[in-house]
Design a protein around this ligand. Structure first.
Ligand code: HEM
Length: 156
């Protein structure tokens, strides 16, 4: 994949703007998710709900506006033929983890804002909130690895 888009990292002119914006926004979202988690621990539930809702929206915007398109254009056509290559394998695992995290995260945010039908209103908050948090964090770490592999050759 790095042969498709060789770049010079965060400040490099050849790295697409979308990749740099995604990286920065996803790191901000990860900080927000962690801040939101600490707010819940301190029982500041209103602030927690706001912070997590903003983080879910930021995350979903970038995934839908940039990553899904990139994945469909550059990675899907190479599956399964090049899944044995580290760049394709890590990007695919990243996409699967990220997609599950995003769906769960959007669902929990909708539930937290009372926007789901009664039958879907879970009360086991700990399980439903910890799972997307763990998946978001894992997807972020894998995303940083993907970024370094593609745009900062020689780092990973
Ligand atoms: C919790 C959800 C997700 C998080 C936190 C996340 C995070 C990141 C980060 C930080 C990067 C590096 C910045 C970049 O290169 O654009 C990245 C890259 C990427 N992600 Fe995600 N991601 C998520 C979901 C997804 C999903 C659902 C897909 C595909 C369906 C996906 C596909 C990609 C691809 C293809 C790249 C490389 C794009 C590029 O090089 O410009 N991601 N992700």
């Amino acid at each position: 994949m790095s042969d498709l888009l060789q770049g010079a990292g965060l400040l490099g002119v050849t790295t697409p703007l979308g990749a740099n914006v995604s990286l920065v926004v996803m790191l901000v979202a990860a900080v927000l998710f962690t801040t939101g988690w600490r707010l819940a621990v301190r029982k500041q539930y209103d602030a927690h709900r706001w912070v997590q809702t903003v983080a879910v929206c930021l995350n979903a915007s970038l995934v839908l506006a940039w990553m899904v398109r990139y994945f469909v254009l550059y990675v899907v056509p190479e599956i399964p033929a090049r899944l044995g290559e580290a760049s394709y394998a890590v990007t695919t695992v990243h996409a699967v983890v990220g997609a599950i995290g995003l769906v769960l995260g959007v669902f929990v945010a909708l539930r937290g804002n009372e926007l789901v039908p009664k039958g879907l209103r879970f009360t086991n908050y700990k399980l439903f909130m910890r799972s997307p948090y763990a998946l978001y964090m894992l997807a972020t770490v894998l995303g940083v690895i993907v970024y370094l592999r593609i745009y900062v050759p020689g780092t990973l």
